[in-house]
Design a protein around this ligand. Structure first.
Ligand code: NI
Length: 177
């Protein structure tokens, strides 16, 4: 946080960009970074590339938010998000670009995503609950927004270890991307 690239509106990719070895290499590097950091998502501006590309991978399984459906590693290019229902819920979000902090952010819980994959094919997904939150957090990065921008009450921005100690939220209950 503080790096200017994180605050820029990233540029869309053209279908012809997708075949470039540099882009394939960037995606491979982002996957390594995501796995190394143990996050659920990473957007290109987080690695100082101001382009509209993000990767998301969710292991899934049981949590206090219920059973989270797994999502295999997926590349999203030029994603567009449409809110299908304004009903919102709050999750303690974290971000690899804001280490050590968590913030309680309320977001709509039913969205539709339309994006291009690395082969240039368009696909759509509908997300509910926690997954809707993860996708909105991730795609916010492409518009220069961070989760802290959504925190309405600064008392809801805390250190990670304080959250565990005082708010009683375990590791499986948060997002970090
Ligand atoms: Ni993030």
């Amino acid at each position: 946080m503080g790096h200017p690239t994180l605050r820029q509106v990233a540029r869309p990719l053209e279908p012809r960009d997708l075949a470039s070895p540099a882009l394939q290499e960037l995606v491979a590097d982002m996957v390594d970074t995501l796995h190394h950091a143990g996050g659920v998502g990473l957007a290109a501006p987080q690695v100082d590339e101001s382009i509209r590309l993000a990767i998301i991978e969710i292991p899934g399984g049981a949590s206090r938010y219920g059973e989270i459906p797994p999502l295999p590693l997926t590349v999203f290019i030029n994603p567009e998000i449409e809110v299908l229902d304004e009903a919102s819920a709050a999750f303690w979000e974290g971000c690899l670009s804001i280490p050590g902090l968590r913030g309680l952010v309320e977001r709509p819980q039913h969205v539709k995503v339309r994006a291009m994959n690395i082969a240039g094919l368009t696909f759509e997904m509908e997300l509910n609950g926690f997954l809707a939150t993860v996708f909105q957090h991730e795609f916010d990065h492409l518009d220069g927004r961070l989760y802290v921008d959504h925190i309405k009450d600064s008392r809801n921005l805390v250190f990670e270890d304080m959250l565990e100690r005082h708010v009683g939220v375990g590791h499986g209950d948060k997002t970090r991307d």
